[in-house]
Design a binder for this molecule. Structure first.
Ligand SMILES: [Zn+2]
Length: 120
């Protein structure tokens, strides 16, 4: 079998821990849900039997930016400064994305970030 004969792993799956609080953990690209779970197991050290893979066609084109995940998909990330969840809320300024290259991205509340800038 040649590499070209294999299905391209371009289907996006959202992987979550089944017994946790069911918050999104990672977006994985794989041909099938089973492959996605195996891949997540290898990446994260998650137990294969305790993860769920949910098909996410809206992520097939690529992982959205951290800002889009928070603004359009309701995700949150841990604030780098205070450790609380940071996401979009109408009552607060938008969170600041400090580093989007690694996973999870480094994110901070606007207020926490402003405070850290003044007194690092
Ligand atoms: Zn914060």
């Amino acid at each position: 079998m040649t590499a070209a004969a294999k299905p391209r792993p371009d289907r996006a799956y959202l992987l979550r821990y089944r017994d946790g609080d069911m918050e999104p953990c990672a977006i994985v690209y794989a041909p099938t849900a089973r492959d996605a779970r195996r891949q997540f197991h290898a990446i994260d050290g998650a137990e294969y039997m305790r993860t769920d893979a949910e098909r996410k066609p809206e992520f097939d084109a690529g992982v959205p930016s951290a800002l889009d995940l928070m603004a359009k998909h309701g995700w949150w990330f841990t604030c780098r400064h205070c450790g609380d969840p940071a996401t979009f809320r109408e009552s607060e300024p938008s969170p600041v994305v400090l580093d989007d290259r690694a996973w999870p991205p480094t994110v901070a509340h606007a207020a926490c970030h402003a405070k850290a800038e003044v007194s690092p």
